[in-house]
Structure formats: C-alpha cells, structure tokens
Design a protein. Structure first.
Length: 413
C-alpha cells in the first residue's frame, strides 16, 4: 500500500518591483527541494494572495481584508518585497501585515557562505541571528508634522504639565515630535522567543542590544525586562551578566568569576547586553562574539543590515516574521522592491530562497531546509552568482536570476 502524499497549501505574495523576478526563481527551487528531499511523498500547493500594486489594480486596495484572512487561516506564507504607495495616508504594507497578524518576532539569520564577498579577514566569524521586536518602537511611533494641530497640542501639554521637559526642547517651532513606545509585555515575549530559539539550536549566548544609557525608560527598560525573563523564567538554563555584576558586589570578584565559570561549564546560556553603538563596533571588529541578538525595532533593522553587509549584502539575508504564540509565520525577502532593476532578470533571489528554507524549518520540513541551504552554498562556492555579488567577487561567473535558480536546482538534483 502506497504512503499517503502530504500536501502543504502555502499562500504566497509575489510582491512589487523585482518580486516577480525573484519569485519565479524561488518557486521552482522550493518545489524541487521538496521533491528531492521527500521522494514525492510531500508536495506544495501554492495559493496566491494579493497585496501591493497587483492587489490595487485588481481590487482597489493595496492590502485586501480577504488576503489577511487567508494568511491567518493557513498560518504559513511567503512573500516578496512590497512597495509602500507614494503619498500621504499610506502606511508601509510590510508593517501593516506584521501588525494585522501580530508577527512580533522579526528573525534574521546572517551567515557567510564560502565564495561570498566580504570586507572581513575571517568572514566565517559571521553567524548570528537577530531577533528584532516587530510591533513597537518606531513601528508604533506616534508622529506629528511640525505644523500640525496635533504637534501644537503636544507642545502645549508639555509646556503646561511638564515645564522642565519642555525647557529641554531647544526649538519649539517647526519641530517634529515622535512618541516611541516600549512595553514590558512586548519586550518579554520577544526575549522569550529569542531564548527558546537559542535553546532549540543548542547555542550558548544571547546579547540584549539597547540604547538604555540615553533612553533610560524605553531602551533601558527593554534591557531590564529582557534580563527579567532570562533570570526569572529561564533561570535554570541561563546565567546573566546582571547576575554576575550583583555577585561581584556581594561576594567579590574572585567568587563571582568562579560561579560564572561553573555555570557556563555546566551548559548555561550566557545572557549579556551591549549599548547599540558598541554592538555595531563589535559586529565589525569581533563578529564571532555574537550568536543571538535580541533588540528593539530600529536597532534590529540597522544591525541585521550591517551584519548582512559583511557577508555580501541584504540580497543574501533571509527573514521571518513570526507569532510564536499563535503559530503564524510570514517569510520574506529582506530587501526592497528595487523598481529600477525590475523585469530585467538580474535581481538576486537568494534572500527569498533562504527565507523559504526558514519556512521549511518552521513547518518541520528540516531535510528540505538543509537541502536548500546546501544547494545555494554549493552554487555560490562554484562561482555562479548574480550581478550584485559578481561586482564584488573577482573571478566569479555572472548569471541571470533565472539561470542562478537553474544552477541551484542542478545542485539539488
């Protein structure tokens, strides 16, 4: 009796600009991977979901409610880059999707593959996963234009109720204002997700990145609340720098070092923190010091792109937006829609392909995930790269988007 074939229905959003180019390159790679990894016993049934320019042309809405409902129903989806419409009144479509689905974990693994260009002497030192809080900070910031009624009301409120704070404003005319929220609940759930990832992948260190030395009650609170999760909810599995600092004061330097050494030798995860600017410096000078980073939204955006720049650029960097509590995952290319090179068959599809591998991980299709990464690595190592990587890699062989896809499929087969 034949085994029953398992079919996964996976919604996809083509995206704008180069979205069509990179999706046409990614889809056959993912299909061939599943076919090869599971000998036909698992298959994918793709379901297109409308968002972006195509959605607007066909429905009059850039993000139809029906698309949101489909994504919630199927829980796992993959998407290309979306362009935010030009003009007032439109929020980022990527942000809107993350908010609608409460995809609070933006997960961006960055690693070097042999053959990728890098300014580093030892690029293999770059192997880090950035957990970026996806719902707060500037994503939920409240902004007022400098000449708006809302702006003036906020200034008036500060002048009347917080005169000392108001006096800190050097200019009170033609000044933009932004309210930046950081909450305990959002901080603790992203920290929990990062710790669970660290444990599941048998890693040993997680670094909280913040700017708490300046923004003490937002970024500083993020640091403190993140430490609370590690110490109170994962105390048996973690040893924190904050705990070590307390031990230094209470029991002395020698005893504190001894306790720390015992904890780490016993397999405890070390949880430390870094000021954001120091983290950027260390990312370039000592990238091997990082395994998992958990950070606020804006810091995470900067840091993940900075790490990617060390190993070939954001074209090679995967991305996932996940709600671990509800089991929802939206996997996407990390870069923009690059309208200037759309429909020229020259874009790099690696980010979307690697995001597909993350999607397979999320689905429990581990063999397929490993095969995607291995085939992509073999293709790059053989010197077959798209134009963006060829420009940085003397001796490589430039190939089109579609031919790059075909080369990967050859290595899969």
């Amino acid at each position: 009796m034949q085994n029953k074939i398992e079919t996964a229905i996976i919604p996809f959003i083509i995206g704008d600009g180069i979205g069509n180019d990179i999706w046409k390159a990614t889809q056959p790679v993912l299909e061939q991977t599943v076919q090869t990894a599971y000998a036909g016993q698992r298959t994918i049934e793709w379901m297109e979901v409308l968002a972006g320019e195509k959605a607007y042309r066909e429905t009059g809405s850039y993000l139809p409610q029906k698309s949101i409902e489909v994504l919630k129903q199927h829980k796992v989806a993959i998407k290309g880059p979306l362009t935010t419409p030009v003009g007032g009144g439109y929020t980022s479509l990527n942000v809107a999707l993350r908010k609608e689905l409460d995809l609070y974990s933006c997960i961006r693994p960055v690693q070097w593959f042999p053959g990728l260009p890098s300014p580093l002497k030892n690029p293999a030192d770059v192997n880090v996963v950035v957990f970026r809080e996806n719902t707060e900070d500037l994503y939920a910031g409240i902004e007022f234009p400098s000449d708006s009624a809302g702006n003036q009301q906020l200034l008036d409120f500060l002048k009347k109720n917080q005169p000392q704070e108001y006096e800190r404003l050097r200019y009170t005319e033609q000044v933009g204002l932004d309210i930046k929220p950081i909450s305990k609940n959002a901080t603790q759930r992203i920290m929990k997700a990062a710790l669970q990832w660290t444990i599941a992948h048998q890693l040993h260190k997680i670094t909280i990145v913040h700017k708490g030395n300046i923004m003490k009650y937002t970024e500083g609170a993020f640091r403190n609340w993140a430490y609370d999760v590690a110490e109170q909810e994962f105390g048996k599995l973690c040893f924190s720098k904050r705990t070590w600092q307390i031990l230094m004061k209470e029991q002395g330097k020698e005893k504190a070092h001894e306790i720390k050494a015992q904890a780490l030798a016993g397999g405890s995860i070390y949880v430390d923190d870094l000021i954001a600017d120091n983290a950027f410096a260390k990312a370039i000078a000592h990238p091997a010091d990082f395994e998992v980073i958990v950070t606020t939204n804006l810091n995470g955006d900067y840091l993940s792109d900075a790490f990617a720049a060390l190993v070939g650029g954001i074209g090679i960097s995967a991305g996932a937006n996940i709600n671990q509590e509800k089991g929802w995952g939206l996997f996407e290319a990390n870069h923009g829609s690059a309208e200037d090179i759309a429909n020229q068959d020259i874009a790099n599809p690696s980010s979307l392909i690697l995001s597909g591998a993350m999607m397979f991980d999320f689905m429990g299709w581990d063999k397929a995930a490993r095969l995607v990464r291995h085939a992509l690595e073999q293709t790059i190592q053989a010197g077959f790269v798209t134009a963006d990587l060829h420009a940085q890699s003397p001796g490589s062989h430039p190939v089109s988007t579609s031919d790059f896809s075909k080369k990967i499929i050859e290595f899969i087969q």
